[in-house]
Write a protein that binds this ligand. Structure first.
Ligand code: FE2
Length: 392
């Protein structure tokens, strides 16, 4: 994200003669009414934040970053922020019943409440989105401590999920005001996870277009890819998906809705168990998927497996890849190619008891797409899991 910040600032402030590409970049930057610098953090509302933070540190390789709770003057909730490279997760839990966080956990189980986006001006982000029809979640608010000021605002998106806009250029503390640095003697090593690649939302029957329009109208996103039920359907389970991207491509939100199949769509299963719309999966980028997934599996993370015969023909479909096929086969990593290159990806099983949130691990080698060539094998793997759960 730091690199993205620098790139962005560079192309909106460069005063000299520009090449055609730079002119185009400048045009995009100056016409983008919601310039986003990337994902700032992802906040989960959970039943036990202390244990969730321990799990993500241990299994995914995050480091302790910051803490807020009764010891810092926060009476009703506790939050733990953890970080790995440019990836920051925050786990927040209610300390008593009868508040918004407790109700969120009661209804949804552990889940993602906020996708926080880094901006240069959180007040403008709120003004520009709300005047275009987004519903306010939080008016711009200045949070201050000895380290400076963070400005935060927010809008509501699907279900009970929100986007926060975070302006932190004038802040040099560990995370944000209200938090203290979290020093821990327990520091598991990184698994090589780098940053958020994309966040996928599951919305209800017939709601995909509404949310596509929401991202286009209120946030200036554009639809870069679409998958209909012919692309994403197996014998039983179907869904439709459209990928929305912001102007500079740093932030991508695919939106899924269920489609009619012979049996229950995986999106429908999610909606039933999450109690409505919400984030289905977060894709985490790595530069070495073999090392990352080997380490995650060693630490107990469970992944969906496709049948071994997937690997018998995959290279005929995707052509040459730099990696040896054997470790990819052993780990269950999937491969797909588009016009610009290829990608390697794998999906965890749900990370909690409700069949809701899971993670994707992705390594892009030029490809900017999302693994359409793997959908069939993948969804058949998901259906086998649904069937075991009695939800197909
Ligand atoms: Fe994905």
């Amino acid at each position: 994200m730091e690199q993205q910040v620098c790139l962005f600032i560079e192309f909106i402030s460069k005063p000299n003669v520009m090449s055609a590409t730079e002119t185009l970049d400048k045009k995009i930057a100056t016409t983008d009414f919601l310039p986003l610098l990337g994902t700032d953090y992802i906040e989960f509302y959970v039943g036990n934040a202390k244990q969730a933070a321990h799990f993500y540190k241990t299994a995914f390789g995050f480091q302790s970053l910051a803490y807020a709770g009764p010891e810092t003057g926060c009476r009703d909730k506790a939050s733990y922020a953890i970080r790995q490279h440019k990836l920051t997760f925050v786990f927040t839990t209610p300390l008593r019943p009868g508040n918004e966080i407790a109700e969120h956990v009661h209804k949804h189980g552990d889940g993602i409440r906020a996708i926080a986006l880094r901006v240069a001006d959180a007040t403008a982000a709120w003004t520009e989105t709300t005047k275009r029809g987004a519903e306010s979640y939080m008016m711009p608010h200045h949070y201050k401590d000895d380290h400076g000021t963070v400005v935060m605002s927010g809008i509501k998106i699907y279900g009970d999920t929100v986007h926060l806009f975070i302006e932190r250029e004038n802040y040099d503390g560990p995370f944000m005001p209200g938090f203290r640095a979290w020093e821990s003697n327990y520091n598991p090593t990184s698994t090589g996870l780098l940053h958020v690649d994309h966040c996928v939302g599951n919305v209800g029957w017939g709601q995909m277009e509404k949310w596509v329009k929401f991202y286009a109208d209120t946030m200036g996103f554009r639809n870069i890819l679409s998958f209909d039920d012919k692309d994403i359907s197996t014998e039983y389970s179907a869904l439709m998906s459209k990928v929305m991207s912001n102007g500079n491509g740093y932030v991508k939100f695919p939106i899924n809705e269920p489609a009619e199949g012979k049996k229950k769509s995986q999106v429908e299963e999610y909606l039933e168990f999450y109690g409505g719309e919400g984030v289905q999966h977060v894709a985490l980028a790595t530069n070495n998927i073999i090392e990352t997934v080997s380490e995650l599996q060693r630490r107990g993370i469970e992944f969906l497996r496709v049948p071994g015969n997937y690997y018998d023909t995959v290279l005929e479909r995707v052509g040459h890849i730099d990696e040896d096929l054997a470790p990819l086969r052993e780990l269950g990593v999937l491969i797909d190619r588009d016009d610009e290159g290829y990608l390697l990806q794998i999906f965890t099983k749900p990370v909690e008891d409700r069949p809701t949130l899971f993670f994707e691990i992705i390594q892009r080698k030029g490809a900017k797409s999302f693994g359409k060539g793997n959908f069939k094998a993948l969804f058949e793997a998901i259906e086998r899991e649904q069937e075991v759960r009695g939800n197909l």
